[in-house]
Design a binder for this molecule. Sequence first.
Ligand code: HEM
Length: 241
Amino acid sequence: MQWNSSGFSGLAIQVILHECFFVPYVSTPKNSPHCDFCSRLYLTKKLLRCCFDEVTRRVTDMKGVIFTELFNVVEQSQGANFLDDLIDACDLPSCGAYTSVGTYDFAEMQTLVAELSKRTHIPAAALLEHFGQHLFKRFHALYPNLFAGHDCPLRFLMEVEVVIHKEVLKLYPEAELPSFTTLDHTPNSLTLLYESRRGLAPLALGLIRGCLLHFDTLGTVNMEADPAGFNKAVFTIQLNS
Ligand code: HEM
């Protein structure tokens, strides 16, 4: 088979043009695939499916580092056998074989947290909050550069939107990150609006609590979630003066 500079054989290019754009074959090479309406329809559906996946990818995928860290925290608190049973019970398409740099279906995270909640009798929101605190410590260990020069939790939190997550996007361009808008700020307090299609406000609560612990700062964190769900929440962080 002959390959041209684009890496496709002449036959492959003809097949793509023919099947996707209905361009007739210029010749009928040996082994050319059978052409009928069904195969065209099948490939057109496949092409549309690829475009649809591309549009929806940013809503449905999640970085592997979040999955691997969830497994770490479950293993540390409940043991390796518990984690194995949890993974088996979830019957995940990926079989739970995550790598920190991979990207996986967010639905798997929802399945894992729901099953974990069932097995531990702890509400999913409380589990996510606990996980968020652990995650903050791990972010510090994994991405120390992002913490360089920081000594104030409020400033750090204000920079999540404009600096930290922007840097995360350079590392993982396909990451889907929440938005944090600063609604109010005084030297001792901060009000942030969290918005995300993933609805992980309790995870953000844990990350914010983890941030105060990391900077060894005493204070309170209040979360006011939108009545419609955890896609939107206002966080008020008040430091002890
Ligand atoms: C150096 C610190 C941080 C790093 C490296 C980091 C990195 C990341 C990464 C890699 C994701 C996964 C994105 C994806 O799966 O597509 C993520 C998601 C998220 N991050 Fe951060 N993050 C940091 C700090 C924070 C802080 C302090 C908060 C809270 C104020 C926060 C809130 C969130 C939330 C809630 C998500 C889940 C996705 C969502 O809700 O839509 N992050 N972050």
